[in-house]
Write a protein that binds this ligand. Structure first.
Ligand SMILES: O=c1ccn([C@H]2C[C@H](O)[C@@H](COP(=O)(O)O)O2)c(=O)[nH]1
Length: 502
């Protein structure tokens, strides 16, 4: 191809995942894995890149990426960032590089779908609807480079940005098989669609539980962005003990890191000028959009009236219906109970895999700021209460399913096991004894062990049912344990043996 001398502006037109990409007007596509796409985009001028996106899944994501590249033949360069351990673990960048270096062969996916299989040690598939000759052409026409750090990726993009080339062909689009996205990822278990409650000590722990809940019982629905997501409606997450310095697991399996969060917190706490074409920031909505500083308002409100149930901040503007890109975080409410300040945030739409953790860290920083300011200015020393998020559409996009499944596989059971060992059911404990051929159950408070209810009877099933109906929020593992113990007590009475609670 001949280089053209005039500076060109290209518009990237994605066929898939438009909402998850960052666009520029250049000719270089930048692909990251776990590294947040914004982390690289913010170091570039939009004229230097065509698109920046995160590729999570070699088995589903690469095919969509290739479809997008075929629809945008002005993209002549690719920079694939394989920077972190998580990027390399995921393997999607490596598999994509292998596609360009070694090509594909005909085969079947793990679920038996006929497809192109990438010649790579990592499983990666491309839809059969794309002809081989086109894939071969794409491999020839694009210059592909791997970067092992953000700095290297940025300098590669900048070096490509200085060259301008003609598009290698005309945009191409290929049919999608109907089953893409919907089949093979049906919820594993039936369950309620509305109003789940999840609690965890830290954001990291709560996140794993959220991912598990949505992946196992969420409903699969079209996203409106050429894809599918799995969704629960009105999912409440309660984070009880996130430490002030924030907890990041080692190695960090969250889709955000400390550096990203340090930057992100400013978007929530600090005002930002309104710039045409630039989306809202939460800080702007809170500090100035409505011509009021709402953060200041709630601090003043609570100092003046610590029991106020009206410490509200609103981010939704009624004009948001008139244009796209409305804020996902809409309402924040603060409440002081027993000298602790809780913060409840309502998000109309929440990407629980990629965005929730960052949203939660940002909100926790806001909660900390308000707690500190009430202390400093009002002399009222409050403890940090829980952070509560209510995610109305709580979803996981289909291109994150592979990662989500891996997170569940690697971390979920461990978290549940350690929780179950703590026997910390907020409804308290049950002390079981037998007396005169009766089972006696005393319910005690979790803290001081004060007896708050006594149940007695001969039948384990009736007693279990009564206790569960009186305590509907009993933890499932606690209920199971209770049932087993009551049954053992009943058998001991029948066989005239001594019963000891375990
Ligand atoms: O702070 C944010 C901002 C965005 N999103 C996600 C939710 C949706 O998946 C998508 C926004 O899409 P719309 O609802 O605006 O179309 O981004 C979040 O989860 N948190």
């Amino acid at each position: 191809m001949t280089a053209i001398s005039k500076v060109s502006q290209f518009q990237y037109k994605p066929l898939h995942k438009p909402n998850q990409l960052i666009y520029g007007t250049g000719q270089t596509g930048v692909i990251t894995g776990w590294t947040i796409k914004d982390a690289i985009a913010k170091k570039l001028n939009p004229s230097e890149f065509a698109v920046v996106g995160q590729l999570y899944s070699p088995t589903r994501g690469i095919s969509l990426l290739i479809r997008n590249l075929l629809a945008n033949p002005h993209v002549r360069y690719l920079v694939i960032l394989n920077a972190t351990k998580e990027d390399r673990n995921a393997g999607s960048g490596t598999c994509l590089l292998d596609f360009f270096h070694h090509g594909v062969e005909e085969g079947t996916s793990d679920t038996g779908r006929h497809c192109w299989v990438i010649r790579s040690s990592i499983k990666g598939y491309i839809d059969m609807e794309i002809p081989l000759v086109i894939l071969e052409q794409l491999r020839r026409e694009l210059s592909v480079a791997e970067a092992d750090s953000i700095t290297q990726a940025v300098s590669l993009v900048k070096s490509y940005g200085s060259k301008t080339q003609e598009p290698w062909g005309t945009p191409l689009e290929f049919p999608m098989a109907n089953d893409v996205g919907e089949s093979g990822c049906a919820p594993l278990k039936p369950g309620a669609r509305y109003g789940h409650r999840i609690e965890g000590r830290t954001i990291a722990e709560t996140w794993v539980k959220i991912i598990h809940r949505i992946k196992t019982t969420g409903t699969i629905r079209p996203t409106g962005y050429d894809g599918y997501w799995q969704e629960l409606i009105d999912l409440m997450a309660v984070v009880t003990e996130e430490p002030p310095e924030f907890y990041f697991p080692e190695p960090n399996y969250l889709p955000c890191d400390r550096d990203f969060i340090q930057e992100y917190i400013h978007q929530i706490l600090d005002d930002a000028p309104v710039v045409e074409g630039v989306k809202y920031t939460y800080g702007q909505r809170l500090r100035s959009w409505f011509k009021r500083d709402q953060i200041e308002q709630v601090i003043t409100k609570l100092i003046g009236e610590i029991d106020a149930a009206s410490a509200v901040m609103s981010l939704w503007d009624v004009k948001d219906h008139e244009k796209g890109g409305s804020p996902c975080l809409n309402h924040i409410w603060l409440r002081v109970v027993d000298n602790e300040l809780s913060l409840t945030a309502t998000l109309r739409s929440n990407d629980m895999f990629s965005a929730w953790a960052a949203n939660a860290f940002g909100l926790r920083a806001l909660q900390q700021y308000i707690t500190d300011q009430i202390g400093k200015r009002g002399g009222i020393q409050l403890k940090m209460g829980p952070l509560i998020t209510v995610s109305q559409s709580a979803h996981i996009y289909d291109d994150c399913y592979d990662y989500a499944n891996r997170i569940i596989q690697n971390h979920y059971q461990q978290i549940i096991n350690s929780e179950q060992k703590q026997y910390a059911d907020p409804i308290g404990n049950f002390l079981i004894e037998t007396e005169n051929n009766n089972i006696i159950v005393k319910q005690t408070t979790p803290g001081s062990g004060e007896v708050i209810a006594t149940y007695s009877g001969k039948n384990a099933m009736s007693l279990s049912r009564k206790i569960c109906s009186d305590n509907p929020s009993i933890q499932p593992s606690h209920a199971v344990y209770l049932g087993i113990e009551l049954e053992k007590a009943m058998i001991a009475i029948k066989e005239d043996k001594t019963y000891h609670q375990l």
